[in-house]
Design a protein around this ligand. Structure first.
Ligand code: PBG
Length: 335
């Protein structure tokens, strides 16, 4: 075939994709490191920071290393952390009492970070799972069910203590009913009206949380599956997710989160139509681990898959993204 041969095609979309400069000019969705939140695991004691087998490149930091990491992240343009404590099993009990200790690991490291790096935005999970022996996010009743209102009462004190420690946003992640309004009132009553709430509003009972549960040791035995279906959302239910999210908005949330992110892009897009609040999305541990595991086999390119997975979440309508890729994305971005 003669290469100068052409049909009478007037509209040729490929003109707008001819080279990198043109593609860059016409890019519709952008993601900068300032829109990312880095979830970090922190442990007590002075023993060295540990690798987490199921989360390649992610560590359980000791306090000193986490403080060092803050400096690096700020330089890279990542200025928000979601903090997760790795709680000493000896401090766990059925009611997660250690979560209400004003000087627990999370509260004391938050004070330290805020003192050294006041510009770092700190987000703290409000949920009992790192602190309970059974790994559930709540207090169990006599039948072994997660009891809603006693759990919410515990979350109110937990959140207030986090605010006292300097946390910018408390992030209730347990999907109990009425928790956002209850926490908002508890914060306001203690003069923490400036402390925000990022509500894990549409959090699904996902099978992809496994590596996170390894990281904080909330799953026993490791590798088993902890069923949280009486409180987290049923994966096939978009309407139920939107309903729950809009309740959180009415109760005073400052941002609504969708979690997991990549498997629930339809929920992000639908929620975008329904709310003017900032939407956050959590690319969870299993989403990150999947990409890494596939790349380790040489079956896809890590950086390209990372970037595509993140821009898809942004394109669906998220304003900011919690992702274990935050640091590596920022490293490539500034280069
Ligand atoms: C629970 C909580 C979970 C995550 C953050 N907070 C998982 C769970 O429900 O067990 C998961 C995050 C991830 O998988 O990266 N309060």
């Amino acid at each position: 075939m003669n290469s100068s041969f052409s049909f009478d095609i007037l509209k040729r979309p490929r003109r707008n994709r001819r080279n990198a400069a043109i593609r860059s000019l016409l890019t519709e969705t952008h993601l900068s490191p300032s829109q990312l939140v880095f979830p970090v695991f922190v442990k007590d004691g002075t023993s060295p920071s540990e690798d987490i087998a199921s989360l390649p490149g992610i560590k359980r930091y000791n306090r000193a290393d986490l403080l060092k990491e803050c400096k690096t992240l700020l330089k890279l343009g990542v200025s928000a952390l979601a903090l997760f404590p790795v709680v000493d099993p000896a401090l766990k009990d059925a009611n997660g009492k250690e979560s209400r200790n004003p000087d627990n690991l999370l509260n004391s490291i938050s004070r330290e970070i805020k003192q050294r790096f006041p510009e770092m935005v700190l987000i703290a999970d409000v949920a009992l799972d790192p602190y309970t022996t059974h790994g559930h996010d709540g207090i169990l009743d006599a039948n072994g069910d997660v009891a809603n209102d006693p759990t919410v009462e515990a979350l109110m004190s937990m959140a207030t203590l986090q605010a006292e420690a300097g946390i910018d946003y408390v992030a209730p992640s347990d999907m109990m009913d009425g928790r956002i309004g209850a926490i908002r009132r508890a914060l306001d009553a203690k003069d923490f009206s400036h402390t925000g709430i990022i509500a894990y509003s549409a959090k699904f009972a996902s099978a992809f949380y496994g590596p996170f549960r390894d990281a904080i040791g909330s799953q026993r035995p490791p590798g088993s599956y902890l069923d949280k279906k009486t409180y987290q959302l049923n994966p096939p239910n978009p309407r139920e997710a939107i309903r729950d999210a809009l309740l959180d908005e009415e109760e005073g949330a400052d941002s609504l989160m969708v979690k997991p992110a990549g498997l629930y892009l339809d929920i992000i897009a639908k929620l975008r139509e329904k709310t003017n609040l900032p939407i956050s999305a959590y690319q969870i541990s299993g989403e990150y681990a999947q990409i890494h595991a596939t790349a380790q086999r040489g079956w896809l390119n890590l950086e390209a898959a990372r970037d595509e997975s993140l821009i898809a979440i942004k394109r669906a309508g998220a304003d900011f993204i919690l992702t274990y890729f935050a640091k590596s994305y920022a490293e490539s971005y500034s280069r």
